[in-house]
Design a protein around this ligand. Sequence first.
Ligand SMILES: [Zn+2]
Ligand SMILES: [Zn+2]
Length: 383
Amino acid sequence: MARDYYALLGVARNATDQEIKRAYRKLARELHPDVNPEPEAQERFREVSTAYEVLTDAEKRRIVDLGGDPMENGGGAGGGFSGAGFGGLGDVFEAFFGGMNTSNPRKPRGRVQPGADSLLRTRLSLQECAVGVTKHLTVDTAILCDVCVGAGTNGNSKPVRCETCGGAGEVQTVQRSFLGQVMTSRPCPTCRGAGETIPDPCRKCGGDGRVRSRREIAAPIPAGVASGMRVRLAAQGEVGPGGGPAGDLYVEIVEQPHDTFVRDSDDLHCTIRVPMVDATLGTTVVIDTILDGPVELTIPAGTQPGEVSVLRGHGMPKLRANSRGDLIAHLDIVIPTKMDSKQSDLLRKYKAMRPSERTEVLSTQSEHNSGLFARLRASFSGR
Ligand SMILES: [Zn+2]
Ligand SMILES: [Zn+2]
């Protein structure tokens, strides 16, 4: 069972870093061993410190949100505690004073770091979303420096141990606080935590081991994607400092509006204008569908205003599934607004032939009324 780190801190699952920090501060004031020597308090302090460490680390928090436990198998910084005496002090100080790297206080973090993920957006037509497409995109990311191949050094020069921190990657200071006198550490300002410096850096990348570059990639977009979805291209993101492994590239879909169809998940909706007489006598119309070419739709005689006609399986393909949504045609029945005298005479003659039809306010119990609403409900929910 994965521990519920959110519950340990008493914060919501969508809590911001600020809210997490605030919640942790409040608990640390009650539970810190200097304040509360009870064994139970110390145990809880250990737990909330771990929760704080996990939830303020984007990668660990992501694992939690996916239902995992990043601290299982001793992952991360030794179960959240390290160093002699009571652990978690670094975390306390980060929460109170900010700005410390507490992920592993005793080891330099090294010069080589994994690269960040990148995100770019691409516009697709509804057609492209339906069929799938290989999009050729220009990507601007950090790539490995081809001169030093990530080493960051010039020619045969070598990195040397950082003089400021002696290679530890951190510098220690003694601070007085309401918790008493405590030693805190922060990343070395000279080597920025790497523990070493490069006196003779690579001329091309300045010692970073990577350079920015623009390149073309072909991104395969599967059929059925929709706006906001992201296609992941592994290891196509930023190369890390010191030539560290590249992050992933995410291509986010931005679907362009279509002339005829409005998309709702896997269904497509369109509106068909039906003249009153066509609705009365019945007719057919050809819909130019996205994937199936022209499809004939029959509008039966007696079609009522507001009715819909569903073409099952003529909607969008479902992503990575062998099925499709529906195409839903909304029938908009048009009453003529202008008629010449010949036409109105004709309608008056028609009216005279149907003397039982008259304009009236209906009871909700009336058969016509409930029938109409039931039909409307059925046509919307029965798909
Ligand atoms: Zn270089
Ligand atoms: Zn240093």
